[in-house]
Write a protein that binds this ligand. Structure first.
Ligand code: KG4
Ligand code: ZN
Length: 373
């Protein structure tokens, strides 16, 4: 099947065309991996429009999506050399995210569905991140997912397409938010993650010993607010900051994050074994996956590869182009849901808050999408 995907939940306007052939995650024969192909994946960042304000401004985001979305969809179809007749369904992010952007995407997708007489599928953005490795690495569930982005930090047991159990979450900031705020404190440009990573390359991670939040705690949750505050306090002590100070602060921050993530994933794996490890997958074989914008960070990727190597576990990392927000993951999640015969509630309603695991109770103060400013 061929799916047109649309993503407008935050500050990237994206359209993509993805194909899926039978087998894989949704089939009764998990050994037969679905054939996935991403024909085109266009992502237009709005960052320059938000830069003067130091964060994403929802109204500006919605308008910017409106201005470019139809052109981006047309470009995607031209690049893939396909017409409406070749498309089986239109997939669109229905949440979580900024309400204005979601409405732009949903309205556009609904209109295309009507004009082309094709089904329209509303997708949870987090499910897009969660299933990306099916598209990029041909990996079917079950796996343990570390989902780290600008609005979310969670450890999720992906048991099957449509079946997600949250094992851990942040009790305050999302990790991407912590990177963005750290960059702001240090006078680096936004989005902060890539800026902090680049500065850290020239830094000495041992110069500052920042706290490792939640290290050793029995529940695999995260907390990043204290770490960010520690960076701020150190920066205030040193001000004015030299380039070397900034590099060392970034390297110290990143090292603290890496050590924390490894500890939390190790705890989550232990938790999964003692609770609901899928019966047919011995825990030691449960692959680890990282997804979301922060998954592009090479130091964090290396830390997880190292953790996996320690007990001979598989680890799957999507390519950098599929870590940040994109529409290929939305199209792919829709393809997987269709193949699995999952329901497709209509009409599609924008859901600014939409947990991936709707059963686990929310944790007080956890990071929320749209809190980037
Ligand atoms: O998944 P994403 O594109 O959007 C959301 O769904 O939130 O994630 C964006 C977040 C931003 O906070 C950005 O600073 C962070 O991902 N990010 C990174 C890197 N690249 C993007 N964080 C750390 N290192 C990176 N290389
Ligand atoms: Zn995202």
């Amino acid at each position: 099947m061929t799916i047109l995907g649309i993503e407008t939940s935050c500050d990237e306007t994206a359209a993509a065309i993805v194909t899926r052939t039978e087998g894989g995650a949704a089939s009764r024969e998990p050994d037969i991996v679905a054939q996935a192909a991403c024909l085109v994946n266009i992502v237009r960042s709005q960052w320059s429009a938000h830069a003067p304000y130091g964060g994403v401004v929802p109204e500006i985001a919605a308008r910017a999506h409106c201005e470019v979305l139809d052109r981006i969809i047309a470009d995607a179809m031209t690049s893939a050399s396909i017409s409406a007749d070749d498309i089986d369904a239109v997939a669109v992010t229905a949440g979580p995210g900024l309400i204005g952007g979601l409405i732009v995407g949903i309205t556009t997708a609904t209109m295309l569905g009507l004009a082309w007489d094709k089904p329209v599928i509303g997708i949870n953005h987090l499910e897009g991140h969660a299933l990306t490795v099916g598209l990029s690495n041909q990996l079917a569930p079950p796996y343990l997912l570390l989902l780290v982005s600008g609005g979310h930090s969670q450890i999720v047991l992906v048991e099957a397409v449509g079946l997600y159990r949250r094992v851990g979450t942040t009790v305050d900031d999302a990790l991407g938010e912590a990177f963005d705020k750290t960059a702001k404190i240090l006078g680096l440009p936004q989005p902060g993650g890539p800026a902090v990573e680049a500065a850290a390359r020239l830094g000495d991670a041992a110069r500052f010993k920042f706290p490792r939040p939640m290290l050793g705690r029995p529940e695999p949750n995260f907390s990043f607010a204290g770490l960010k505050t520690a960076v701020r306090q150190q920066a205030q002590k040193l001000a004015p900051l030299s380039d070397q100070d900034v590099a060392d602060l970034c390297a110290g921050f990143q090292a603290a994050v890496a050590e924390t993530l490894v500890d939390r994933m190790r705890t989550a794996l232990r938790d999964v074994v003692t609770t609901t490890s899928p019966a047919d997958v011995p825990e030691r074989q449960l692959p680890m996956v990282i997804a979301g914008g922060v998954a592009a960070n090479k130091v964090l990727r290396a830390a997880l590869v190292d953790l996996a190597a320690r007990d001979d576990r598989q680890v799957h990392l999507p390519p950098l182009s599929l870590c940040g927000d994109n529409a290929a993951m939305i199209a792919w999640a829709a393809a997987e849901r269709l193949a699995a015969g999952l329901d497709n509630p209509q009409p599609i309603v924008a859901r600014p808050r939409w947990p991936l695991d709707e059963i686990s109770a929310p944790v007080v103060g956890h990071g929320r999408k749209g809190a980037k400013v």
